[in-house]
Design a protein around this ligand. Sequence first.
Ligand SMILES: Cc1cc2nc3c(=O)[nH]c(=O)nc-3n(C[C@H](O)[C@H](O)[C@H](O)COP(=O)(O)OP(=O)(O)OC[C@H]3O[C@@H](n4cnc5c(N)ncnc54)[C@H](O)[C@@H]3O)c2cc1C
Length: 435
Amino acid sequence: METYTETKTIPAIDAADVIVVGGGSAGIMAAIAAARLGSKVLLIDPSSAPGGTSIIGLPLAGFHDGVRSVVGGIPDEFMNRLEARGGLWGPRNAAFIPSDPEIIKMIAIEMLEEADVEMLLHTMVVDAVVREGRIDGVIVEGKGGRRLLRAPLFVDASGDGDVCHYAGVPMMKEEGELQPPTLMFVVGNIDMDRFEEAGGYSVLMRTYQEISAREQFRNPRRNELSGGWRLGSRKNELAFNVTRILNIDATDPRDLTRAEVEGRHQAWEFLDRFLKPHIAGFEQAFITNTFHRVGVRETRRIVGEYVIREEDLWQFRKFDDAVCCGCYPIDVHHASSESTHYPKEHFYNGQYYSIPYRALVPLRVDNVLAAGRCLSSDHVAFGGLRVIGNTMGTGQAAGTAAALCLQHDVIPRELDVDLLRDTLRQHGAFLGVPT
Ligand SMILES: Cc1cc2nc3c(=O)[nH]c(=O)nc-3n(C[C@H](O)[C@H](O)[C@H](O)COP(=O)(O)OP(=O)(O)OC[C@H]3O[C@@H](n4cnc5c(N)ncnc54)[C@H](O)[C@@H]3O)c2cc1C
């Protein structure tokens, strides 16, 4: 490959005490947590609103283990506000709680504003400048050109672990095994009464299995579809989690482009060739929205001080340095076509696992924490850890840790974990039933 050496002088700005990169469910929680502890926080995201993957029309999962809520603190406050605004549908102890993405965006903005977090949208981190094992600043690009934004501490909540990757943290990415992305879309103008009378989603699934066995669809899914979910309290609309785009590495823009294009083909195929002709209630339906970007399940993760293993979830392990808890079972969408099914029967039965602080602390680079999708875990454990309850919990933990590091002038690896856990508990986080 030919190369070009860029030499350019760009503005360098002391931007904040804590820069949180990525405004998804993890980044929102991290930013609020750090700001509430007195840090000046900048939250950077290339989108037009905070929310990340949590605003692609999903039901929120991983909050309740069947006996107790396993995610307290700021995530719980967020859920209460969503519910009060009509942004959730159904009981809070459900395994999946349908949510309204527009209300998520607004609640996130309100809570970030109340905490005095500065938001920088339409801006992407494209590199990191590292000196002696510390990130001096991140290079951002936006309409104003390139800038170096400096801070003493960073939280990488970019999903893809971009900051850690650029900074030279060892990363994991299971080439060829990455879970495939899905373009979510909303179908509106559904006659819900007719749909429900005709058997609802279980009949839709059965019919899809029959039709896809005899007709050639672009969508490689055959035997199962993940769901058609309500959007909070909205009526006559369903958000469909059915498309599957194979062989995508979402850290490669060419693959991502292919995913966006193929996702739209599959969405329209699903409406025109399956829903409208075969499912009662969908005769007059249309696509009201495809979400702002394809939903990416898995890319890079950091190698941290601890790598959460599959067995830790099966054994519902309670770590001494637990900073949040989760209950979602292992759920790996297979990289080829059908999902890999892992036993789920021990879950939602009063059983929960914990996430250790060390899984948020990367190796090699001193002043960055990871939260959300890019935490340190193996590929199979990640199948459970990736849901929104867990990403929010790790976000609150990383933001709290960042603020405490600044207050006590230590790096994340040296932070007193008891102090972190006490602070999290004081702010309502659930760290497990006291033994
Ligand atoms: C199709 C699909 C279905 C799913 N179904 C469910 C479900 O039913 N229930 C559930 O709870 N979970 C579900 N999940 C999982 C869950 O939604 C995600 O794992 C979770 O939302 C990830 O949160 P996050 O904050 O870690 O990352 P993301 O939500 O991915 O947020 C990362 C943010 O970082 C920003 N960003 C990325 N790179 C940069 C950069 N270089 N500079 C600045 N900003 C950057 C992005 O714009 C984004 O806003 C699903 C995921 C997918 C893809």
